[in-house]
Design a protein around this ligand. Sequence first.
Ligand SMILES: [Zn+2]
Length: 282
Amino acid sequence: MRAIDRVLGSDGFEPLVRIEAPEADPKLFELAHPRSHVDLIHDAVPLEGFARVDADTAISPKSWEAVLRATGAAVAGVDAVFSGEADNVFASVRPPGHHAEKATAMGFCLINSVAVAARHAQRHHDAERVAIVDFDVHHGNGTQDIFYEDETVLFASSHQMPLFPGTGELGETGAGNIFNAPLSDGDGGEVFKAAWRERILPAVDRFGPDLIIISAGFDAHRLDPLAGINLEAEDFDWVTGELMDLASRHCGNRIVSVLEGGYDLTGLATSVAAHVNRLMTG
Ligand SMILES: [Zn+2]
């Protein structure tokens, strides 16, 4: 987040409106998770040191506040695009959320912020259809799990396979609302663009969403140490522009983009800069 703050503090980003992420009411977590899961996360927070929910996923004393603010930012972003305060919002938050299933925290994720934000848009802003698109290099298994049989939410993801968490096959289609586009180790921008052009963007276009939420992970960047996809910052710029075209056509430009993965600080910073610059300039 410091790397992102630094790059968004550079020339060209002066017009960006910055708002500190508010803490969400934890009741909102129950839009996407059973109460038992929310209690389990809350009760796992240690007074000092680290607790673990699995080998990858640690919880520290500040984790509860972090998930309140991560989800709070996504929900505040939804409120801002529906009130007309902003066309689009980027939530620079930790921890990520897209691996958090209904009742399972995993893959650094505790609470699924984009899922809570989508449900909040439906409950409080009369959004009928929400599209969640995910270009993180890992499959958004948690988001897919939460909306697997829900025709009012489209979930579409490009991701490397095989790779953690192991889901995301073409054949996982839910109620016809799930669109997976697996990529192979070594694939670059041309294959990524083809997957979005041929599979994901037409699906979102047909769906006609009232809001587009992006699970914006930048770990498909070529420098990222956790995966083998070779995207450049320009590819994130491209996909952002394509999603803005769809948002202009269907939903009054409303896009809420929420940070997911991204583990090389140079790749992360340059990619976020390209993504946010496109969101600002259209
Ligand atoms: Zn990831």
